[in-house]
Design a protein around this ligand. Structure first.
Ligand code: ZN
Length: 203
């Protein structure tokens, strides 16, 4: 089962053809002057495609939510959700952490689903700005909360390993909706909670 609304928010152009992709990687390696008879390279096209499939195939899940019986009114925030995605412009990975929160309306969501939503949209050829907005939009559509906040921090290999080679540079993107967008006080509390030190941890 896919999360409702995902088809609209996560369009895939067409199904992945793994055999054709492996042939194309073999062609690419030959065009790069590599000898596929080299034992190290012989199975590389298959391995490259297997790796790409892991990065590009979203993992279906059910967007489980529950009635907000107690009328919980304040922020719910899961911070430090790790993600890896693939840059739409260079086909190089970018990876980092997402902080995802919402102000509940009539429903509260299973907490692990916030991490599932991040993973769902990260497995695509992505642009960090688009990824951030898709996560926020999806929570808005499926949960009808009073507001959503998404903050993502990532290192892009297309910027750190090539080009300007700005190693360690972090790209931060944010998406806020509803009361999180409209109320500067709530937004400030969201940012503070997202970046608070983990003083409660014992290990
Ligand atoms: Zn890039």
């Amino acid at each position: 089962m896919t999360p409702s609304g995902a088809a609209r928010l996560h369009p895939v152009d067409s199904a992945i053809d793994a055999d054709r992709a492996a042939d194309a990687v073999a062609d690419l390696l030959r065009a790069l002057g590599r000898d596929l008879d080299d034992e190290h390279l012989a199975d590389t096209p298959r391995r490259v495609v297997a790796g790409l499939l892991e990065l590009l195939e979203p993992q279906p899940f059910a967007m489980t939510s529950f009635p907000n019986d107690e009328g919980y009114h304040d922020l719910v925030l899961v911070r430090g959700i790790p993600f890896t995605s693939l840059c739409r412009h260079h086909l190089l990975p970018f990876r980092g952490v997402a902080h995802v929160g919402y102000l509940p309306g009539d429903r509260i969501v299973g907490l692990s689903k916030l991490a599932r939503v991040v993973d769902w949209f990260a497995r695509d050829l992505q642009v960090q700005e688009r990824l951030t907005m898709q996560i926020a939009d999806h929570l808005d559509v499926t949960l009808a909360p009073r507001g959503v906040g998404v903050v993502m921090t990532a290192e892009h290999l297309c910027m750190s390993a090539r080009g300007i080679r700005a190693q360690g540079a972090a790209t931060v993107t944010t998406a806020f909706t509803g009361e999180v967008a409209d109320d500067p006080g709530i937004r400030a509390r969201f940012m503070q909670a997202a970046h608070e030190e983990d003083t409660w941890r014992t290990t």
